[in-house]
Design a protein around this ligand. Structure first.
Ligand code: SF4
Length: 621
């Protein structure tokens, strides 16, 4: 099969045994690769009810067929496992360059099984794979781990690894890659994949390779990829996101009254102009940084030149500005930037980290957490130094950080006193920085996303908040964002299916704003050597989406879990353009289930499963 290296590693960490395998052609056509193929492995091999941090969980790294090729922004890889944060299907995805280097080292993916008796790291190098002792790396953060491995193996190796947070099994620890300088790195951030890696005593994967990725129609593929690259290079997306980074979104969401502030008590942040893209450009931006084969360069290298927050590193992104900034009522850009850099170092998901700190601040404000719980720390709103202190404590599981390391849902369950009503999570995953009271359809997307409260499963914030054209579906009109319009739920379904393909092929979802489903179907056809139509593009995405849903249903997920925090359903927005609004979810959910071909309880019908070629799962739910 073209586009693949033809080898997936299977590593039994309990005894160090390494084998190679590869799926049959039909499986590849059904699930493509990346998180699609990894989800198939997870579904087949991980039994219902197992402990995500125990030996029975599998940790799967998977590239896609387009990863490392010349199509625009195709450096991505996925990490899939049962999530320790949510207890359901877990997936995280990252760009940078490691995905390319791992694939060119001769492998499409790797499945880790069981637990190593001692810390190890995997080396993949020009078609060979071996486990090495990682004792000297244990206790080191991401950039130090990267530096030490490069010292051992040479500068040409690229590293994906965990920091101290992953070792400590912080429930939302990230897997980081490309941490070549202190504070640098790209994150496979969500769902605690770094904690699963830590639970397996696996510190890193170091990869180097020059093995060619075979393409079915090389000339046509190169030509088409080059043309699409140029289209992206001349797009509106590039003009905005390259210039201001994802921080461009701060002003947009804030002006619409949907920038979550003070643990989502309001959607209007008075300090937005101190942390927005313009301020970053004028104060701390050093350079813009692209991922592999990307014309956009949305990454930022920033530097705080002096003072208590003096530091240089990669970030901050929009989500970090929301989570570590407005959600905690912090408007000190330099402090937020340092907190983000520290998350890169410890290997922490900034979205869950910031949300959890904001939740703790509200608990403290309401007397649910006291100075006795915090060892004397005052968790006051807007305290910039506190954010930094708490990131350290979470990463080390030190003091109150040990409780925060469990995430908002577990904290609320422990603290009680109705705190679950303002724990801003869905299915245990902390929400991104878009308040659904200001754009109702996003509430449906957060409620139904397979990995929990997530914004890039459907990416519906594009049309709902940003008015960005998303070209990968024919119709992306969501009408008045402040109204619940059941017909528009079809857009959520279409987006979920289409964006699932990006995670399966190894592409960046930003490209969905510029290139169409036809563009991607054509590139896939030229690469893989068989006709892959737009219909296949949508159907494959729908199949993968439904399989992850079935995984979750097998774990006990029902309609009751497809919901939002009570704050969004019951507490009217107090001010701004969305003043007085809550989300009325039920009519949206009913319509969405119908478009999906699911029953009233959110379960795919046997007919739908048969249509998708998933009839083999019918008796498993
Ligand atoms: S758009 Fe941004 S995140 Fe996506 S590949 Fe390009 S630089 Fe990386």
């Amino acid at each position: 099969m073209y586009g693949y290296m033809g080898k997936i590693l299977r590593i039994d960490l309990s005894n160090g045994k390494i084998t190679e395998e590869f799926p049959d052609e039909n499986t590849l056509k059904m699930y493509l690769g990346g998180s699609g193929l990894a989800t198939k492995y997870l579904f087949d091999e991980v039994k219902k009810g197992i402990d995500p941090l125990g030996p029975e969980n599998k940790l799967i790294f998977m590239t896609g067929p387009l990863t490392g090729t010349t199509s625009p922004s195709t450096g991505r890889y996925s990490v899939v496992a049962k999530s320790p944060l949510t207890g359901i299907w877990g997936q995280a995805n990252s760009a940078g360059f490691w995905g390319r280097d791992f694939k060119r080292s001769g492998f499409d993916g790797v499945i880790f099984e069981n637990i190593s008796p001692k810390p190890v790291y995997l080396v993949t190098d020009e078609g060979k794979a071996e486990l090495r002792d990682a004792k000297h790396l244990w206790g080191k953060n991401t950039s130090e781990t990267t530096r030490l491995i490069k010292e051992d193996l040479g500068k040409k190796f690229n590293i994906s690894c965990i920091g101290i947070a992953g070792e400590n099994q912080v429930k939302y620890a990230a897997v980081m890659n490309d941490c070549d300088e202190p504070n640098y790195g790209r994150a496979a951030g969500r769902c605690g994949m770094g904690a699963v890696m830590g639970s397996k005593n696996l510190k890193a994967i170091a990869s180097r390779g020059t093995i060619k990725i075979e393409v079915a129609n090389p000339e046509q593929y190169r030509e088409e990829a080059k043309q699409r690259y140029e289209w992206v290079n001349q797009s509106l997306l590039k003009m905005t996101i390259e210039v201001y980074g994802t921080a461009a979104v701060v002003d947009i969401t804030n002006n619409l009254g949907g920038f979550p502030t003070k643990n989502w008590q309001t959607g209007v942040f008075k300090g937005a102009d101190k942390i927005n893209g313009t301020t970053i450009n004028e104060t701390i931006l050093v350079e813009r940084k692209p991922c592999f084969a990307c014309p956009i360069a949305c990454g930022r290298i920033c530097e705080v030149k002096e003072g208590p927050y003096k530091s240089k590193g990669e970030g901050p992104e929009y989500e970090s500005l929301g989570a570590l900034g407005s959600m905690c009522e912090v408007d000190n850009l330099e402090a937020i930037t340092l907190a983000h850099f520290l998350c890169n170092e410890y290997g922490l998901d900034t979205i869950s980290t910031g949300n959890t700190i904001g939740f703790a601040m509200e608990c403290y404000d309401k007397g649910i957490l006291t100075k006795e719980d915090t060892s004397g720390l005052e968790l006051n709103w807007g305290n910039a130094d506190l954010i930094i202190d708490l990131v350290h404590k979470i990463g080390k599981r030190e003091g109150i950080g040990n409780m925060l390391a469990e995430g908002t849902k577990r904290m609320a369950e422990k603290l009680g006193k109705n705190s679950i009503k303002f724990a801003m999570q869905v299915k245990g995953l902390e929400l991104p920085a878009y308040d659904s009271r200001a754009a109702k359809i996003t509430g449906l997307a957060f409620a139904t996303a397979n990995r929990g409260g997530d914004h890039i499963t459907a990416y519906i914030e594009g049309p709902a908040f940003l008015a960005m054209p998303f070209l990968i579906v024919d119709e992306a009109d969501i009408g008045d964002p402040l109204q619940e319009i059941p017909e528009t739920t079809k857009v959520v379904k279409e987006f979920e299916d289409a964006f699932g393909i990006f995670d399966a092929i190894g592409g960046c979802k930003f490209m969905g704003m510029v290139l169409t489903g036809e563009d991607w179907a054509s590139l896939i056809s030229k690469l893989m050597g068989y006709e892959f139509t737009v219909k296949d593009f949508r159907k494959t995405g729908e199949r993968i989406y439904n399989l992850a849903r079935i995984f979750n249903i097998r774990e006990g997920i029902t309609r009751a879990d497809d919901t939002l925090p009570a704050r969004l359903l019951e507490e009217p927005m107090p001010e701004g353009p969305a003043e007085g609004h809550v989300v009325n979810l039920d009519p949206l959910l009913d319509a969405y289930y119908e478009y999906r071909g699911w029953d009233k309880n959110g379960k795919p019908t046997p007919e739908k499963l048969k249509e998708l070629g998933l009839d083999w799962v019918i008796n498993q739910i």
